[in-house]
Design a protein around this ligand. Structure first.
Ligand code: CUA
Length: 352
């Protein structure tokens, strides 16, 4: 017993490590993987676990063994341990081994980082803007124009460079299925890359506590075929016709009256889609946000004065099941008077 404590620990440690590694590799830790970046990152995690488990087992085994083997026995209450001057060989080993381990793992992680951030010539640039409490996306187009949306749509197999901005406080753009994540910081532009490889819809999450609505600051990314992406782009570039028709019928009956009313409601719909749609579902506007109440039903029968108050002073009246302080209370400053008039006219026309 006294002769082989180290041998015993080695055996116990090796068995525990083997079991630990098997468990760590069998558990399915990762969300869906939908980007090229996912493979190397998941492998990095697996390697980290394979290396960490024996280290954890070593520390725990030595600690438990020392607690048991050198425990205080009756009659030893006032005894002190023998004086020790250290053990140079042991100290060299326990400094050198972790140092080598850390340098190797850091080099490997750095190589993975270089790999997943590799630049591509045919990259698609998408600007992402975080604002309490929604994400907006901007696709620069040839000729200096840009498409602004609240929906993130990406073509499969095309490298994407996200340029990330923040309007107010620090947010964090995270697509778990792509495995990439970057802070959105006011005043600077941060960048992150991903190449989607699987069709489907995946969550976009804000991963930085940014206020009351942080938990609902979610969106989604749709990975589509290149052909579907081109079609979607075209729909975004030429939507004016469809919108004007919808607005004209609604606005004509509105209190603003005449041709001006149609324009106003059309402006209102446009304002709604780009400012409200990422948080509110409204069937007429084709938006599907889920952070705030579904306005397809919530607005029914509201008069224009109430609608106006709901926009400029959102905390005055809170729909049951929702919280005050989540909807921005500064639309009176961030939108023009005309845009707000438009929103009121448009919402009044669809909530009748
Ligand atoms: Cu934005 Cu949390």
């Amino acid at each position: 017993m006294r002769r082989h404590p180290v041998a015993q620990m080695v055996i116990v440690g090796a068995i525990a490590s083997a079991i630990g590694i098997v468990i760590a590799l069998v558990i399915d830790w990762f969300p869906a993987d939908a980007a090229e970046q996912a493979g190397p990152i998941d492998t990095l995690y697996d390697v980290l676990m394979i290396v960490s488990v024996p280290v954890f087992v070593l520390v725990t085994t030595v600690t438990l063994f020392a607690v048991w083997r050198f425990r205080m026995r009756p009659g030893q209450e006032n005894e002190d341990g023998p004086p020790i001057h250290g053990n140079t060989r042991l100290e060299v080993i326990w400094t050198a081994v972790p140092a080598i381990l850390l340098v190797s793992l850091c080099s490997y992680a750095y190589a993975v980082l270089v790999d997943i951030e590799e630049k591509h010539d045919d990259q698609l640039v998408v600007h992402v803007t975080g604002q309490q409490f929604a994400w907006r996306y901007r696709y620069p187009q040839p000729g200096g124009r840009a498409i602004e949306t609240t929906a993130l749509v990406l073509p499969k197999d095309r490298p994407v460079l996200f340029k990330v901005h923040a309007e107010d406080v620090i947010h964090d753009f995270w697509v778990p299925a792509f495995r990439v994540k970057i802070d959105a910081v006011p005043g600077i532009t941060t960048e992150v890359r991903a190449t989607p490889t699987k069709l489907g819809r995946y969550p976009v999450v804000c991963a930085e506590l940014c206020g009351l609505g942080h938990a609902v600051m979610r969106s989604s990314v749709r990975v589509v075929t290149p052909a579907a992406y081109d079609r979607w782009l075209q729909e975004q570039t030429a939507p004016a016709g469809g919108e004007a028709t919808g607005g004209a019928t609604a606005g004509g009956e509105g209190e603003a009256g005449g041709g001006g009313g149609a324009d106003l409601a059309a402006l209102g719909r446009e304002t709604f889609v780009s400012n409200c749609g990422s948080c509110h579902t409204l069937a007429d506007a084709g938006t599907s946000g889920a952070a705030g109440p579904d306005l397809t039903t919530a607005l029914r029968g509201q008069d224009e004065a109430t609608l106006r108050e709901d926009i400029v002073a959102p905390d005055a009246r809170i729909t049951e099941g929702y919280q005050a302080g989540v909807m921005p209370d500064n639309f009176a400053e961030t939108l023009s008077a005309e845009q707000i008039d438009g929103l009121v006219a448009y919402l009044a026309s669809v909530s009748r």
